[in-house]
Design a protein around this ligand. Structure first.
Ligand code: PMP
Length: 445
């Protein structure tokens, strides 16, 4: 029996952990038992600074009583109600609140909201909406979905098919008829950049090449993360997203932004679509939607997409799609309480005011010998380390373990350290993160 060696420690055998080296973890577990503000507490009573907002989701910081109380009130009043051919007010209220801050300028906001249970579900939902839309407007041959190398769009079969992470794909079959743009990661031309890199807008022309290869009449949608997060913080070169939008327009392809990470203030605007001034047709979200407190996702759709699908015969179900937990009352209550916090504390735009300090603090690590690149945008950073010979990811993993021991939670992917603290981070927290990282990267050889 695998017992964690601390007082009241749980038995570790039964829980099959996601995206984890289970045997390695269970031999030396790292456990978090409570959280408040910018900090977790570990099971041995240490305070651990949250450098990653959980998994990019706890934007308003931990332990928000307003969310907990709203969920408790909602569960006591109405714990669950079906959303198929039935409604409950809190889902409509939450959708209206989201519509008010939806991506896009006034008058063109993507203000029709489909609820899901996670980011992966949001992605598969958006892809299905795109295909259904094309069929509805008489473009039924458009079923092909275009993603991007090093894209991460969750773990559904749709998401891994448009995604570009080989480890997520190689064991599993994929949707037929997907293809990929190249990624925009190019340290040779863009290194140690604050904000958007100068070079690489022309990589968007890959979509033109795929149109030439497959025929526009086969392509339903193109999905990208405006800033790729999970695969190592890849920031779009200046002009890249604009160019992608123009190519989509030219060829009748829907553009989907996967904003599961960038949504809800991470870049200093409510959505990356606002930050970059590029309006897609569909936006996928999750994570910050409920401050991570309950699982939930939402797809924002433009009215042109939504309204086209509302044209069928009266009484017909317009989209044969949905989840038992779409618009779950407790998750909606958590979401409304989260939006209240974001709005009253100005968190959807706070990053715009603090990002210069963030850039400067993080880029101060550039002098470390094993740091080969640093990328920052909004309140996100990617610090790329030199891999030890033949051991891709080993150095970053050691830094991750060492930082945790030193009281800082970071995230690593390959040799890239990713940071994305809660949006309430103060200068002191940022400097603490940087000092811990410096000490760790200096020690780990
Ligand atoms: N899309 C993006 C851009 C993500 O970052 C993630 C999660 N990291 C997902 C989709 C999947 O979300 P979930 O894990 O909630 O299914």
């Amino acid at each position: 029996m695998n017992v964690h060696a601390k007082p009241n420690a749980p038995v570790l055998d039964s829980y099959w952990m996601p995206f984890t080296a289970n045997r390695q973890f269970k031999a030396a577990p790292r456990m978090l038992v409570s959280a408040e503000g910018m900090h977790y507490t570990s099971d041995d009573g240490r305070r651990v600074l949250d450098g990653t907002a959980g998994l990019w989701c706890v934007n308003a910081g931990h332990g928000r009583r307003e969310i907990a109380s709203a969920v408790e009130r909602q569960l006591s009043a109405l714990d669950y109600a079906p959303s198929f051919q039935m409604g409950h007010p809190v889902a409509f209220d939450f959708a209206e609140r989201l519509a008010a801050i939806a991506p896009g300028p006034e008058g063109r906001k993507l203000d029709r909201v489909f609820f899901t249970g996670s980011g992966s579900e949001s992605v598969d939902t958006a892809l299905k909406i795109a295909v259904a839309y094309q069929r509805t407007i008489g473009q039924g041959t458009r079923t092909r979905l275009i993603g991007r190398e090093r894209g991460y769009h969750g773990v559904g079969f749709g998401g891994i098919s448009v995604g570009g992470l080989v480890n997520n794909r190689r064991v599993f079959p994929q949707l037929p008829g997907t293809d990929h743009l190249r990624h925009t990661h190019d340290i040779a031309r863009n290194s140690f950049v604050r904000g958007q890199p100068e070079h690489g807008a022309e990589l968007a022309d890959d979509l033109e090449r795929l149109v030439a290869l497959h025929g526009a009449e086969t392509i339903a949608a193109c999905i990208v993360e405006p800033v790729a997060g999970s695969t190592g913080v890849l920031v779009p070169p200046k002009g890249y997203l604009e160019r992608l939008r123009a190519i989509c327009d030219r060829h009748g392809i829907l553009l989907v932004f996967d904003e599961v990470i960038t949504g809800f203030g991470r870049l200093g605007a409510p959505f990356a679509a606002d930050h970059f001034g590029v309006l897609p047709d569909l936006v996928t979200t999750a994570k910050g939607l409920t401050n991570g407190a309950l699982p939930m996702g939402a797809v924002f759709a433009g009215r042109h997409v939504h309204d086209a699908l509302m044209q069928g015969p009266e009484g017909a179900i317009e989209l044969f799609h949905g989840y038992t937990y779409s618009g779950h009352p407790a998750a909606c209550a958590a979401g409304i309480a989260t939006l209240d916090i974001y709005e009253s504390e100005g968190l959807l735009t706070r990053v715009a005011a603090i990002q210069e300090d963030w850039h400067a603090a993080i880029h101060s690590l550039a002098d470390l010998p094993n740091v080969v690149d640093i990328r920052t945008i909004g309140l996100i950073a990617g610090i790329e380390l030199k891999s030890r010979d033949g051991a891709m990811g080993a150095r970053a993993y050691d830094v991750f373990v060492d930082c945790f021991e030193k009281g800082l939670l970071i995230r690593v992917t390959g040799e890239i350290v990713a940071l994305s603290p809660p949006l309430i981070a103060e200068t002191g927290h940022i400097h603490e993160m940087v000092e811990t990282l410096r000490a760790s990267i200096e020690t780990i050889r």
